[in-house]
Design a protein around this ligand. Structure first.
Ligand SMILES: NC(=O)c1ccc[n+]([C@@H]2O[C@H](COP(=O)([O-])OP(=O)(O)OC[C@H]3O[C@@H](n4cnc5c(N)ncnc54)[C@H](OP(=O)(O)O)[C@@H]3O)[C@@H](O)[C@H]2O)c1
Length: 275
């Protein structure tokens, strides 16, 4: 970890919960990134106030508006399956253009796809709207964000003189969950069914594996991380871990990621989890 130096990082869904704490931890590092892109859906909204306060004190924090997902097609709009305010690939492209301008010719070292949703959903209650909108945010979002920022990640990898893979060079970290692990489902299902969420995170795990195959030759490390069960709006007040405990673990794991973690699902404690 001593040699860890991420020059630039981007975290999606960073106005609250795990994303906001990740931003705070990057700011507080002894060798903080020179540029910390903190993305959120509504930078002018009340829910972004804490992030805005941080950015006003730390010039290396750059807030970008980004909605994780795709814009609804006409058919979807007509059927009102996807709501425009939760889906917007144009905002992703616009954020990538702004980030590129801000980086001034250098690449992006670390992309953390953190934004996610977990509405209640059982085998009985799951609806097409629920399944599609959760998939859109939790899977299509990370896919589109990665596509948009890939040229900057490649630039970082090409510009690095480091051997091997690491977050200091170029990396994609998808914040997933053990609830997306098919092998672990018998142990976790009765405790938390959340069917639409589980299916979307299993798909995010597959996306991570596909990205690890596709971007290996570019030297871009791709991993999925499970943050534990965390006391956030998504995780609820009954969760096991404080945000502080979870993100301390996540940061340690992120700092230590290397080739052996490429295409792997890891827990916040650094253990490998089965897909
Ligand atoms: N908490 C847990 O126990 C737990 C466990 C396992 C995995 N995770 C994963 O950890 C990640 C962060 O979760 P969290 O617990 O920090 O949740 P959270 O406190 O509810 O925060 C979710 C973040 O995602 C953003 N977001 C939601 N939908 C979005 C969209 N369509 N576009 C852009 N941003 C969007 C939210 O923005 P708004 O403020 O605009 O809504 C918010 O910033 C998620 O991927 C989640 O699946 C959490």
């Amino acid at each position: 970890m001593a040699g860890f130096h991420v020059r630039s990082v981007l975290v999606t869904g960073s106005n609250r919960g795990i994303g906001l704490e990740l931003i705070k931890r990057f700011i507080g590092k002894p060798n903080p990134p020179e540029v910390i892109f903190a993305t959120c859906r509504d930078p002018e909204g009340v829910r972004a106030q804490e992030l805005k306060n941080l950015a006003s004190k730390h010039p290396n924090v750059v807030i970008l508006q980004l909605v994780s997902g795709m814009e609804p097609t006409r058919a979807y709009k007509q059927s009102r399956i996807l709501s425009p305010e939760t889906t917007d690939s144009a905002s992703i492209k616009a954020a990538a253009i702004k980030a590129e301008a801000h980086l001034g010719g250098t690449g992006l070292n670390l992309l953390i796809n953190n934004a996610g949703v977990m509405p209640p959903s059982t085998l009985e209650s799951a609806t097409p709207e629920d399944m599609l909108s959760v998939y859109n945010t939790n899977v299509v979002g990370p896919l589109l964000v990665t596509q948009a920022f890939l040229p900057l990640l490649k630039k970082a990898a090409q510009g690095s003189n480091q051997k091997g893979m690491s977050c200091s060079k170029a990396a994609i970290v998808n914040i997933s969950t053990v609830l997306g692990s098919i092998e672990k489902t018998p142990e976790t299902f009765s405790f938390m069914p959340v069917v639409s969420y589980r299916c979307s995170k299993a798909a995010l795990n597959m996306l991570t594996k596909c990205q690890s195959m596709g971007y290996k030759q570019d030297g871009i490390l791709c991993s999925a991380l499970h943050p534990g069960w965390v006391k956030t709006e998504l995780g609820s007040a009954q969760a096991d871990l404080t945000v502080d405990e979870s993100v301390s673990g996540l940061i340690k794991v992120i700092c230590e990621l290397s080739e052996k973690h490429h295409g792997v699902l890891m827990s916040w404690e650094g253990n490998t989890l089965p897909w």
